[in-house]
Design a protein around this ligand. Sequence first.
Ligand code: THU
Length: 165
Amino acid sequence: MVNHEIKIAFEEYSSFEELNAADQALCREAVKALGGSHSPYSNFSVGAALRLQSGKIIYGSNQENAAYPSGLCAERVALFNWGANYAHDPIEALAVTAYTAKFVINKPITPCGSCLQVLAEYERKQKQPIRTLLYCQDGSTWVTNGVESFLPFLFFEDRLVSVPV
Ligand code: THU
């Protein structure tokens, strides 16, 4: 028997001003994305912004539905838009933030397992890590330079990707 231990590394910025200018700008874009949230059931808005290598910003926000499982998280709304329309332009960074009038969110929200799995797939597809900023407007911001820090046991099987001909 062998015991394994995995360490997860991330940076914590307790003040917004500590972030570099590009990170601050992308966090502000994530706040802008909150405006598109359709969340009448949870009243919990999530905004996501992707910065592509060209400088283009792609927005996503959570989209809920009366048939609850039909809704989708902000991160995947942005990521699937990228995958469908902009995949030639690599994703440099993703910022995510949340807002609710029901309580003060005082720590960053972390993407759900499904969103992390999708992020991981695209990170591999573009062969370049995605800097991820989890921005809390009333707390600190957590930053990683790649999704594997958040999901060390992500599912990936190279042999499923391409079938040799
Ligand atoms: N949600 C996101 O959009 N992203 C996350 O990372 C976590 C949760 C959404 C789903 C749902 O619309 C609302 O937040 C409450 O769970």
